[in-house]
Design a protein around this ligand. Sequence first.
Ligand code: I6G
Length: 679
Amino acid sequence: MDNTAVLTQMRQLIQLIAQHNHAYYVMDQPQIEDSEYDQLFHQLKALEQQYPTLVQSDTPTLKVGGKALAKFENITHTVPMLSLGNVFNQEDLYTFARRIEERLPQQKVQYDVELKFDGLAISLWYENGELVRAVTRGDGETGEVITQNVKTIRNLPKVLSAQATAVPTLLEVRGEVLMPKAGFEKLNAAQVEKGEKTFANPRNAAAGSLRQLDPAIAASRPLAFYAYGIAQCEPAHGLNSMSASLQWLTQFGFAIGEQHYLCDSIEEVQQRYDEIQVQRPDLSVEIDGMVIKVDDLKQQQQLGFLSREPRWATAYKFPAVAALTKVEQIDWQVGRTGTLTPVARLAPVAVGGVTVSNVTLHNIGEIHRLDVRVGDTVSVYRSGDVIPKVEKVWGALRQADQQYELVMLPTECPVCASPVVMPEGEALARCSGGLYCAAQRIEAIRHFVSRKALDIEGLGDRWAESLLNLALLDNVSDIYHLHEHREKLLGIEKMGEKSVQNLLDAIENSKKTTLAAFIYALGIRGVGETTARMLANTFQNLEALKAADIESLKKTPDVGDITAEWIFDFFKAEHNLEVLDRLVAAGVHWDAPIAPTRQPLNGESWVITGTLSQLSRDEATQYLQALGARVSGSVSSKTKCVVAGEKAGSKLEKAEKLGIRVMDEAAFLVLMAEYGQGI
Ligand code: I6G
């Protein structure tokens, strides 16, 4: 990258970080995940390390936290409130430990491990045991005096006394103010009730509460304070470890985190981290990681600081739920039903504990909604078991000298080059290749041999995949040529003489079918069993169906505008016609369907109510419509008959009141069978 490009990128990052600092620290309304903020920050830091001469004077990396608000009096911390470095994985943790241990040769190092609360760091200043001042971290150098609000925190001692220990003349305690999860939920519920704004997370709720100018409001908020360290103590407490000093604080009434460990090795620290991560959802407070500190205070002094961060401590953050990365490519995958799904290929990134390099973009509409393009920086989210997804495109990070081409839907299927179709009003694009498209083959075969189609037992669930792998099936018509490959069939694992014979017999038997089952077996989009039956009844033979135009297809009961187009397209595709010819040539045949000479329920109004167990409501509706009936949603004196399934309610009652004929599901099925409905 040349200097101009680096500078542009630095300015973009500085501006973004400033914008999100304001949202977070001043407005208490974060617009991005903490982990996303961290990554913007890291990107800037990495650039600054690589190009130190270009570091900008207003860079946020030289500051800690946010700017103090004008509302409260500002004060300079006597001992700066520094921030902690971060590690995100075991490797970084071990590097942190190795650096410490290299600086402390021949010394045993113990680690103090505490929960990292997702709260707000503050400093408490006690003179002769009395809380005289509470100050926010602010930018680390200067914070806001929020004593009155802090005094309302119930678990915080306002006056120090202890039985066995003299109260120091000066004590400065550092710790975190937080809002436990339960209190946070309650507060947000109350805010909703009052029609006031809710808080994005417990941390912001805690920060917002401490910033109230009226201490009575802070007092009404369920805040808690947990101490994590001592900045100053006069006379000196004389203790020599972090863990002992925290324990010492508890005798004055300070709360410290419940989970608190002293570990003899960095491996043990890792083990604690793994345990806490499991317990995390059940904790009463939000935590975003653990804090690891060298326990011995003398060792801490020896280690000192590296550019405003203690070398002796780090935050071991939980895996990010959101991570920033780059889109390297966008591919289109063809699913087993022909759906085209765009997949973003990403520069691999750790998010939610796993490395993500592919993520679905769902459909072309979603791509355009996000305006994601190759080369973009995006945020990938993943929490728990949730499938990773792109939720944000960082348009502000686009480079002026780079091309970001608009992503378009391909016109041809990337697998079989058939035209891609996307009917109006549909979100998903599809390959029109049908039986011809390799990506759709296995599903097409499974469907073709299923019970309600050509009904070839065993082929779909047991053998289809092996047959495809052996290249014995290219499309469904090859099924009727399998007998030419008996030897190869016998080579398939678990395929004995008997299984082969059974399979070939089942294939042979399937040749005699019905036109309706055959049409259904073709797997034409939108053509289920009922539609297939309607088409068979209407067109009477395959040749007529193949030749049908859209208008006549639309006239078929049950065939809507879109399905008519799908059927039309299917029979226009040359490769589909080839498959049909091969099937017929192989001996697949059927008797001519019996034409429906009359519509016995013509003009009648029927109502279906309750739950049907043998068929769906849609199917029942289709049967009735095929027989000429109208299916209505409400019972009236004009209703001819009510089909009542399980748990039928008011419609059944009304029908009984009006003396209308009621039929249960079993009787309905018998009647439909009499009229030839149901395959
Ligand atoms: O911001 C912090 C949160 C928790 C800390 C911290 C901590 O210990 C549990 N410890 C130190 C040493 C610092 N910040 C600087």
